[in-house]
Write a protein that binds this ligand. Structure first.
Ligand SMILES: [Zn+2]
Length: 85
């Protein structure tokens, strides 16, 4: 695979509403300290952007508040010409 990396570092609007990923995000609530888990295969990222810092909102299952999590989703795209065999 050639390493063209044509999208590397460039912000891309994926134009999709929900993105599920095999990632579990564990954060501590800044208000009460409770550890919250969010499984992104069950829940999702809303309107994800890529290659730039984004914010998702986390609900605290202990004190009923909401807080922000900064995340960075990076996307590279590589391509090459393949030969038929
Ligand atoms: Zn809390």
């Amino acid at each position: 695979m050639s390493s063209m990396g044509v999208l590397k570092g460039k912000p891309v609007d994926l134009n999709i509403k929900r993105l599920h990923l095999p990632i579990v995000i564990k954060t501590n609530c800044p208000t009460c300290g409770h550890e919250n888990e969010e499984d992104l295969q069950v829940s999702n990222l809303d309107y994800p952007c890529t290659n730039e810092e984004c914010i998702m909102e986390q609900y605290c299952y202990s004190c009923d508040c909401r807080y922000n999590i900064d995340y960075l989703l990076t996307l590279d795209f590589e391509y090459k010409v393949s030969e038929d065999e």
